[in-house]
Design a protein around this ligand. Structure first.
Ligand code: KG4
Ligand code: ZN
Length: 339
């Protein structure tokens, strides 16, 4: 029997708690703070930390109640220790550690991006290494070659803004709300992705991505259009912006699939909820006989079940964290080579 794990995720603006057993999600609940932050146009770290403090206890009770698991039957406790906002991370990590201590349970500290990388296991039995996984969230974008569970070769990452950050900043330029990714996704629905040819910033290194140039280009385009009194349809601009981001992510991912020869493609992080990105990746994978394991949108965005799955892997190997373990806001999945 796989261990019953109580998992916590509080790296950004979702307080999330789950109970998992192996890759089985017995419960997964969350309290989103989007409404709290929307009026500021972005996540306010202090506001996030305070909201986590308020939400975490009742959410833990809910996660346990929904799972039907009695606290006395738990085998381990896990929490995200980074990367993320330090105050936000501290709430979940401390609460989890205290819970583990009080119940004399092992504690496992998990990398948030490894959580995203493991999330497809919640939905796809066929998701197994070797695989290429595209991770794209609000703070990080990485293309990872998973040689084995726990053995990650980070082929490349963003050299400036993460893909989600780019969506959020570009949405603001377009006058859309926060978070920007889902807003652009929606606004682009009826637009023409070829309406405006925004640049595809394919950074020199083969798997690295860059989005800051796109931001400048969209800002310049909008300014010029406004001066000329020729503001185009929002749907067309949104679709064109989305296409520029998606194109870069897809091209780099395809290159990683071709170079590694991996026949499985996984994905995680909020940006993988993007409908255009999902469709394009599915198309490219199908053309190459690659199995796509990109989970449903609510498993791509932040959740605690993915932290529980990652913890199960490390528990199996006896890799427990000790009581001196603390948060690491700059935690990195692994270093990348000379690509
Ligand atoms: O992984 P995630 O939920 O939280 C972090 O770890 O950051 O990712 C959040 C990011 C935000 O930047 C949000 O705009 C983006 O994911 N996102 C999307 C979509 N849904 C969420 N981006 C594009 N299209 C979407 N449908
Ligand atoms: Zn995330």
């Amino acid at each position: 029997m796989k261990p019953l794990v109580l998992a916590f995720e509080t790296s950004c603006d979702e307080t999330a708690v789950a109970v998992v057993q192996g890759t089985q999600m017995l419960s997964s609940v969350l309290s989103s703070q989007i409404d709290l932050h929307a009026r500021f146009g972005g996540v306010v770290p202090e506001v996030a930390a305070r909201a986590h403090v308020e939400a975490i206890r009742p959410l833990t009770h809910r996660a346990l109640a929904e799972s039907g698991v009695h606290p006395a039957d738990l085998d381990a406790v896990a929490a995200t220790s980074g990367p993320g906002l330090v105050g936000a991370l501290l709430v979940g990590h401390s609460f989890a550690k205290a819970t583990a201590w009080a119940r004399s349970l092992p504690f496992v500290s998990i990398d948030h991006m490894e959580g995203h990388l493991m999330a497809p296991r919640l939905q796809f039995e066929e998701f197994r290494p070797p695989a290429v996984v595209l991770l794209a969230s609000g703070g990080h974008s990485q293309i990872v070659h998973v040689e084995d569970w726990g053995d990650y070769d980070v082929l490349g990452e963003t050299i400036d803004d993460a893909a989600g950050e780019a969506f959020d900043k570009l949405a603001r330029l377009l006058g859309l709300g926060f978070p920007g990714g889902p807003e652009i996704d929606r606004a682009a629905e009826t637009g023409d992705p070829a309406a405006v040819a925004f640049p595809r910033a394919l950074a020199e290194r083969p798997y690295h991505v860059s989005f800051s140039g796109l931001k400048t280009s969209v800002a310049t385009y909008l300014r010029k259009a406004e001066v000329a009194g020729e503001l185009p349809e929002l749907a067309d601009v949104a679709a064109s912006v989305q296409e520029a981001i998606v194109d870069v992510l897809v091209q780099k991912t395809v290159r990683a699939l071709e170079d590694t020869g991996a026949k499985t493609l996984g994905g995680g992080g909020g940006v993988l909820a993007n409908r255009r990105l999902r469709a394009r990746l599915a198309e490219e994978a199908e053309a190459r006989g690659v199995t796509v394991c990109i989970p449903r949108p609510d498993l791509c965005t932040d959740n605690a079940a993915m932290i529980g799955v990652a913890a199960t892997h490390w528990l199996d190997r006896g890799a427990l964290s000790d009581w001196t373990d603390t948060v690491d806001p700059g935690r990195r999945l692994s270093s990348f080579g000379a690509n």
